[in-house]
Write a protein that binds this ligand. Structure first.
Ligand SMILES: N[C@@H](CCC[C@H](N)C(=O)O)C(=O)O
Length: 257
């Protein structure tokens, strides 16, 4: 079988993306997905995404982590998929698509994608951290000297120690200004630090507002792979939550497997 794939990145969170509108990709083959995502034996990516037709909406998103398993929502992946849908001519500048956590609206202008994330009704406050679901589960913890923090080691400890097998993504945060934070994320399913995590920065923005660290509802986030913005409304929970930032095609390839 010949697979045509595209490589995309959104603030350095990178994805193999495949046009699966004709349903040719063997979706149950998790070994193939893991190999395609492998940085030594495959293309190399934090995850793989299939763009499929949806009966009612512009398209459907199927997301796999680099371990080969399907998972919950990927914010940066969703933004990259919107850019891919525009590249394919499936959409123009606006769309509504389906993902594992439901319907998402998005706009794209000059490679900047604004993606509506799911509403957040609950933020759990723990002694020195927060836990919330922004489409994927996230632990958010303030640390000092984020630059030198050992994210892979400390992230793995919390991911397995507190959250067990089903796990959580783990975000370490440092405040930069009233309305800006730097974030480094350990991603479940990649089992390592990634350069950026869209549902993660969304969780950080909301958790920091909930904690009273900021009273801004538009928050800038610095990741290791670039800048993202999150804005939301805070009325009985968090609604109209948007993740905004660049999404770029890196290259196209073909492989026989
Ligand atoms: N990179 C993602 C999150 C992908 C899902 C996550 N690894 C999980 O399994 O929870 C993002 O940009 O949101």
């Amino acid at each position: 079988m010949r697979i045509t794939f595209f490589k995309y990145q959104g603030t350095g969170n990178d994805f193999v993306i495949i046009d699966n509108r004709n349903l040719y990709f063997p979706k149950e083959n998790s070994e193939l997905v893991a190999t395609l995502c492998d940085r030594k034996f495959g293309v190399g990516a934090d995850g793989l995404i299939l763009l499929e037709n949806d009966p009612d909406l512009d398209f459907n998103m199927v997301y796999y982590n680099s371990d080969g398993n399907t998972s919950t929502m990927c914010g940066n992946g969703g933004r990259c998929l919107v850019a891919f849908a525009q590249f394919l001519g499936v959409i123009d500048k606006e769309c509504v698509f389906n993902a594992i956590d439901g319907k998402h609206t998005a706009t794209i202008d000059n490679g900047i994608v604004s993606l509506q994330m799911k509403d957040v009704s609950e933020v759990t406050t723990k002694p020195n951290s927060f836990y919330l679901d922004t489409g994927s589960p996230h632990h958010v913890q303030l640390v000092e000297n984020l630059k030198d923090f050992n994210v892979p080691i400390e992230g793995a400890k919390l991911r397995y120690g507190i959250y067990g097998e089903s796990g959580s993504n783990i975000n370490f945060v440092e405040q930069k200004a009233d309305d800006s934070f730097a974030v480094r994320t350990y991603e479940r399913g990649v089992e390592n630090e990634t350069l950026s995590c869209g549902t993660g920065v969304t969780a950080v923005a909301i958790a920091m507002y909930e904690a009273g660290k900021t009273n801004h509802t538009k928050i800038d986030i610095e990741t290791e792979g670039g800048y993202l913005a999150v804005h939301f409304e805070s009325v009985n929970g968090y609604k109209n939550v948007f993740l905004v930032g660049p999404a770029r095609q890196v290259f196209k390839g073909e492989l026989e497997c």
